[in-house]
Design a protein around this ligand. Structure first.
Ligand code: NAP
Length: 335
């Protein structure tokens, strides 16, 4: 085919923040397709906090990326050649395409999407994995009822922003926690949350006492650490804590849990972990609701697009310094 692929392979397991030196940038020829395979030109790569976990060899819900393997990542692209009847050249698809310009996979490893219904990047955001995580994490695990107070951390990010908006749609009070005045203004202004606590500028425990006078019914945790402890200290009776992630701990080497977990006993509360992939058989159900809410304007999806495959290592680090607002996506090529 004569095509050239530029890709990042994992070169080392990071200590602390992932860095450029943890990756090897390679240029390799694209091989010929075999029967059943599809060649995808990757247009956007999804940058996710989970990628930090996949770089580590600690036991997790999925095998780590091997040293020398192309870095794992979700993405969206256009099919340029196909030897599979289910997918044709010209189709747009999403899948786990890796950090590279071209991906080869079987048709069962990708899903067709329609860019005339929503921008391709939205299929990596509200209509993609973050949207599914927010939907099932909040509704299935958090089980909010109208009038509940729902608190969510990383509220200006991909998952958190959708969680709070769904909470509002379901008749709850939505309180965000985010870093900085500008992000908090976005969360209450553009996204319509009832309040947002700036954890970088406010005492989170005092702010939760103030914004949640009747306690927290659902806490959707994206960050762990001190913010999880502050939420545990403010639970309402029978509260539900959704453990979605703990980004404040991912680069720390040793993960620290909350010391005040006995608040669960006192409040007859629960804390439940969730992994979005468990809900794959029900993604269609979530996609229908999320697409309808997007169409009606009840839900907003914001994608923070950084351009250039070359910038991948530095763009990934933005998730951990909080430089992204909304879903962080790397643009690899023009549609
Ligand atoms: N369980 C699942 O199946 C599943 C699926 C998807 C995502 N997740 C998890 O969901 C969480 C959010 O992921 P996302 O894709 O939506 O990312 P995101 O929220 O768009 O981006 C990460 C955000 O985390 C915040 N952050 C970074 N370091 C922090 C710290 N030390 N303390 C507090 N906040 C910090 C930053 O916002 P600020 O500027 O506000 O600090 C940053 O923008 C992550 O923990 C991720 O692992 C889990």
């Amino acid at each position: 085919m004569g095509l050239h692929n530029r890709r990042y392979r994992l070169a080392a397991r990071p200590a602390g923040m992932p860095a450029r030196s943890d990756f090897e940038f390679c240029e390799e020829a694209v091989r010929e397709l075999r029967d059943g395979e599809v060649l995808v030109k990757v247009l956007y790569i999804s940058l996710d906090p989970a990628m930090r976990g996949w770089m580590s060899d600690a036991r997790s819900y999925i095998a780590p990326v091997a040293i020398g393997e192309v870095m794992r990542a979700g993405g969206a692209g256009r099919v340029v050649a196909s030897r599979n009847d289910a997918i044709a050249a010209g189709d747009h698809v999403v899948g786990m395409f890796g950090v590279q310009e071209y991906a080869i996979a079987g048709a069962s490893r990708m899903q067709r999407v329609d860019p005339s219904l929503a921008p391709l990047t939205t299929y990596l955001a509200a209509l993609g994995m973050p949207g599914m995580t927010a939907y099932f994490g909040l509704l299935d695990v958090g089980r909010p009822v109208p009038g509940n107070t729902v608190v969510v951390s990383a509220a200006a990010g991909a998952v958190g922003s959708i969680v709070g908006q769904i909470a509002k749609i379901k008749g709850c009070r939505a309180i965000g926690i985010a870093g900085g005045v500008a992000k908090c203004a976005y969360v209450t202004g553009e996204l319509g949350f009832d309040a947002c606590i700036d954890y970088k500028g406010e005492d989170v425990r005092a702010a939760l006492r103030d914004r949640c006078p009747d306690g927290i019914d659902v806490y959707f945790d994206n960050v762990g650490g001190a913010i999880l402890e502050a939420a545990l200290a403010r639970l309402a009776m029978h509260a539900r804590i959704v453990i979605c992630g703990a980004i404040s701990q991912y680069n720390s080497g040793t993960m620290k849990g909350p010391s005040n977990y006995m608040s669960l006993l006192v409040h007859r509360a629960s804390m439940t972990g969730m992994v979005v992939f468990d809900y794959a058989p029900r993604f269609g159900e979530a996609a229908r609701d999320l697409a309808a809410w997007l169409k009606s304007g009840m839900l907003k999806s914001r994608e923070d697009v950084v351009a250039g495959l070359d910038n991948f290592p530095e763009a990934l680090a933005m998730l951990f310094t909080g430089e992204n607002t909304g879903k962080l996506v790397l643009k690899v090529a023009n549609a």
